[in-house]
Design a protein around this ligand. Structure first.
Ligand code: MG
Length: 368
């Protein structure tokens, strides 16, 4: 089987509500999505998506994905998409780094491999759990009142897991954490996501002031060096996501005991092939996981769900799905959707959901 054509679409995905990252540091209203169609000489078509969380979140942006694919395309045409490791090597040789530009290609290859094998991707990867995965909300808010309002909106849709964005003003963060914990319902999973918003000193002030609550903080500071430096000085559990980009990062976090949880975002780490190795490092070191797309449509949510399904139920805290935050649906309601705050693994071969091609507009790149 050979890749015969790569078609690239650029789609704007507006958010239903303007989004505040890190307790109000950054605001954006629309996601820049890149959808990629891989065609093969076997008549099987695979789809991938790369949708960074705005252009200011991590070093990744929509135009960069499209430029990266343009650069890699001549080297990808003619490869067998089922040989994901070979495709990965060719991408890494033809464009070092730029992992976020590679994830949509990797995703489309897994989609084709699954369809060719007649299996969902998670089963092809070795076996997917059918236990529905709780979806974590994304509570971007600034004040105590706004935080309550956003969480209530999600609870009404069945959500039992919440990622509350903090990392702005220290006193306000402490107040928001204490308020959320005071109204936390039994069984709810709550993660306080700092998105690198604190200095070491600010992180320690909040972590010590809330020590009695033993809540989990995600990415409290900018770098792994920062997280390592404060680690002996507080007792709060930590999740690392933005600083978990490469397999070397995963190895360091595991070896040095820097976190209890990996937040694996598939677009950031370069796709399923690379993320599966991080999963294995986590499991070998007693580290649990959140699995997420970086953002995007139901396709991106579905990719994250497949990886989450390959993690033992007890080690997978939640997935995150962006679909409930968008005002457009490029897949006409198909694919895994929020059912009482959970996603169910699709049984169709491959990814399990494709977009309505007619809803994507004209392609911005065709390579063949
Ligand atoms: Mg995070």
């Amino acid at each position: 089987m050979k890749i015969t054509a790569i078609t690239v679409y650029h789609v704007d995905l507006p958010l239903e509500h303007p989004y505040w990252l890190s307790g109000g540091r950054l605001k954006f209203e629309c996601l820049d999505a890149t959808l990629v169609k891989l065609e093969t000489d076997a008549g099987i078509t695979g789809w991938g998506e790369g949708t960074p969380w705005g252009h200011t979140y991590v070093p990744a942006h929509g135009p960069g994905i499209r430029a990266g694919i343009e650069t890699m395309a001549p080297f990808l045409l003619g490869l067998d998409p089922r040989k994901v490791l070979e495709v990965e090597r060719v991408m890494d040789l033809s464009l070092p780094g730029h992992l976020y530009a590679k994830s949509p290609i990797d995703m489309a290859c897994w989609d084709i491999a699954g369809q060719a094998a007649g299996q969902p991707i998670a089963d092809l990867m070795g076996g997917g759990s059918r236990t529905p995965r709780p979806i974590a909300s994304s509570v971007g808010a600034k004040t105590v009142e706004e935080t309550r309002a956003v969480m209530d909106r999600y609870r009404q849709r069945g959500y039992v897991a919440h990622s509350v964005k903090i990392g702005g003003d220290v006193e306000r963060d402490i107040a928001r954490i204490r308020d959320v914990e005071s109204i936390r319902k039994p069984g709810e999973i709550v993660l306080y996501d700092v998105n690198r918003g604190w200095t070491r000193q600010q992180a320690l002030r909040v972590m010590r002031a809330t020590e009695d609550l033993q809540v989990m903080f995600e990415q409290p500071c900018e770098t792994l060096d920062d997280i390592a430096a404060i680690r002996p000085l507080h007792s709060a559990p930590v999740s690392v996501d933005e600083s978990l980009v490469t397999l070397q990062d995963a190895a360091r976090i595991a070896r040095d005991g820097l976190a209890e949880v990996f937040g694996i975002k598939l677009n950031r780490v370069g796709g399923l092939t690379k993320a599966a190795r991080m999963r294995d490092i986590a499991l070998a070191h007693g580290i649990d996981m959140f699995v997420m797309a970086t953002g995007g449509s139901v396709l991106a949510d579905c990719e994250a769900l497949h990886l989450a399904a390959t993690i033992p139920d007890e080690n997978c805290h939640a997935v995150w799905a962006c679909q409930d935050m968008l005002t457009v649906d490029i897949a006409g309601g198909r694919g895994p959707r929020n059912i009482d705050g959970h996603l169910h693994l699709p049984e169709a071969p491959g990814l399990g959901v494709h977009p309505d091609e007619g809803a994507l507009g004209d392609p911005v790149g065709v390579y063949q």
